[in-house]
Design a protein around this ligand. Structure first.
Ligand SMILES: C[S@@+](CC[C@H](N)C(=O)[O-])C[C@H]1O[C@@H](n2cnc3c(N)ncnc32)[C@H](O)[C@@H]1O
Length: 195
């Protein structure tokens, strides 16, 4: 499938299933493989706009807290708390911590920085977001919790691997079929917090 047909195919598939974004299909694939979305757990979804991942989570969870945050304003989703804010800011992290009170069972990040046209700079910025998620997870993830974060294959992969290995016992990498072949986008899944 060429790039345009590919885009159309996954976009149409996501829309036909009622999802706001094509990205929703990536989370469905990740969850089909690793089965981390379970009813009753508390979930944080970072970089949620327009809300596709939150919709997928909400379909599977009806008695756990779900919080989505993005710099952009997200249209309401029943049963999901949505906030507009920059995850990198301390005030956003404070709001998140106050909302969950206890630890978070699943921390998801599909954050990507705004594209500049410079691929190296784009991956550097997105990978800094991934590193920030790993640091936050060390502090806020429950003992048996899981963190899933987008990153781009690039020069900082060693730093991401190093931090993940230091903080977690188990690490997996996964590139969903619904992620473009030519994209360097990949997801890291970490579990088993090191004490
Ligand atoms: C690929 S989109 C997410 C798509 C989403 N998972 C969905 O299914 O609809 C990446 C998002 O990351 C957000 N983002 C980037 N940097 C951020 C930050 N520092 N704090 C919060 N959100 C951020 C962007 O605004 C953008 O909406």
């Amino acid at each position: 499938m060429d790039s345009k047909n590919y885009q159309d195919h996954y976009f149409k598939q996501a829309k036909s299933q009622g999802y706001r974004s094509r990205s929703a299909l990536k989370l469905i694939e990740l969850n089909n493989k690793f089965k981390f979305i379970k009813n009753g757990i508390n979930v944080l979804d970072v970089g949620s706009f327009p809300g596709g991942w939150c919709q997928v989570i909400r379909k599977k969870i009806n008695n756990g807290k779900i919080l989505g945050i993005d710099i952009k304003k997200i249209q309401e989703i029943d049963g999901v708390k949505l906030i507009q804010g920059d995850f990198l800011k301390e005030e956003s992290k404070k709001i998140i911590k106050n909302y969950f009170i206890s630890k978070i069972d699943l921390i998801l990040s599909d954050m990507a920085s705004n594209t500049t046209g410079n691929k190296s700079l784009d991956s550097l910025r997105t990978n800094q977001l991934c590193l920030n998620i790993l640091d936050f997870s060390k502090e806020k993830l429950s003992k048996n919790g899981i963190v899933v974060s987008k990153f781009f294959m690039g020069s900082e992969i060693d730093e991401i691997k190093l931090k993940a290995k230091k903080n977690f016992k188990k690490i997996n990498f996964f590139k969903p079929n619904s992620s473009r072949d030519e994209s360097r986008e990949t997801y890291i899944l970490c579990s088993g917090l090191s004490t």
